[in-house]
Ligand binder design. Structure first.
Ligand code: SF4
Ligand code: FES
Length: 251
């Protein structure tokens, strides 16, 4: 069992000024998840009539990307390839002080405490992260279309991106290139995604720029902190796709 000091960013609303506040939690079991530890803190705060700490969470099994926060300065905390909800308290020691902060990026404004607005990612997907299909007539079954094994594997790996935003939070420029390149690759590597490939890459990259994300300077911090270990190869491939789509653009 552990006794811990938590330093947590508290901010009442987007426009309010935030500050770090210290809390104590005791009898924390190493088998608890990081979010369960915050649940315990929140129960204590509610029992005292105080405002609980707001944080995003949903699946608690590493697949939705909601549980975004900096833990001791690292997106999703100290364990590689692990989301905050899958991080266990056994990674920490009795007596530790843990700092917990929201993502810091202009394009992800704080809503409250640890919760940020990641709607910019949704708008990037809306700009092109889909495949249009004609469902009338003799549409070929998707699984009847042959896909080269290498491309199928790369598309599958790209599709494991959960849209958490750790890549943006880890990047000193707050660039969203890793996320966008994964979402481009998961479609453009497959035959079904090639029909709209040029418009897709141009529209998604243009939307990314409109949202205020920074430029990529190839530091690789995004991939190093990504809980799904999305490869930097996706960025290189998207840059090639974007250039090719731009020089052959009709408009
Ligand atoms: S690329 Fe990785 S860090 Fe970025 S949103 Fe996807 S899963 Fe999260
Ligand atoms: S709560 Fe869904 S990935 Fe953590």
């Amino acid at each position: 069992m552990m006794n811990l000091t938590l330093k947590i960013w508290r901010q009442a609303s987007s426009n309010a000024q935030g500050k770090m506040v210290d809390y104590k939690v005791s009898d924390i079991d190493g088998d608890m998840s990081f979010l369960e530890m915050i649940d315990i803190l929140n129960e204590q705060l509610i029992a005292k009539g105080e405002d609980p700490v707001t944080f995003d969470h949903d699946c608690r099994e590493g697949i939705c990307g909601a549980c975004s926060m900096h833990i001791n300065g690292e997106p999703h905390g100290p364990e590689g390839a692990t989301t905050t909800c899958q991080l266990h308290m056994r990674k920490f020691k009795d007596g530790d002080t843990i700092t917990i902060e929201p993502w810091r990026a202009k394009a992800f404004p704080v809503i409250k405490d640890l919760m940020v607005d990641r709607a910019a990612f949704d708008r990037i997907i809306q700009a092109g992260g889909y495949v249009s299909t004609n469902t009338s007539g003799n549409t070929l079954d998707a699984n009847a279309i042959p896909v080269e094994k290498k491309n199928a594997d790369m598309a599958f790996n790209a599709a494991t991106c959960i849209g958490c935003g750790a890549c943006v939070a880890a990047c000193k420029n707050a660039s969203a290139m890793l996320f966008v390149s994964a979402k481009v690759a998961q479609l453009s590597l497959l035959p079904q995604g090639q029909v709209e490939a040029k418009d897709r890459v141009r529209n998604m990259v243009n939307q990314m720029d409109l949202e205020g994300f920074g430029h990529c300077t190839n530091t690789g911090a995004c991939s190093a902190e990504c809980p799904k270990e999305i490869s930097l190869d996706n960025i290189a491939r998207m840059n090639r796709e974007y250039l090719s789509a731009s020089i052959t653009a009709e408009d």
